[in-house]
Design a protein around this ligand. Structure first.
Ligand SMILES: [Zn+2]
Length: 61
């Protein structure tokens, strides 16, 4: 059986669509990731990769 690569967790930078705040978050969150400034939901947990609600600016290396 082929080895399955471990799922890589990474951090992404998201821009809040409501207030323009940019913040870094885990891309597979267990809970809703909210904007630190206005409280809008930025990432919705789906059990796997989170559903990004804001503007995805990129991955944090
Ligand atoms: Zn915001």
């Amino acid at each position: 059986m082929d080895a399955i690569p471990a799922p890589k967790s990474k951090f992404i930078t998201i821009k809040c669509q409501d207030c323009g705040n940019e913040q870094t978050a885990f891309d597979k969150p267990a809970t809703h990731v909210k904007c630190h400034v206005c409280g809008a939901t930025l990432i919705r947990p789906t059990g796997g990769k989170g559903e990004v609600r804001g503007e995805l600016l990129g991955e944090v290396q």
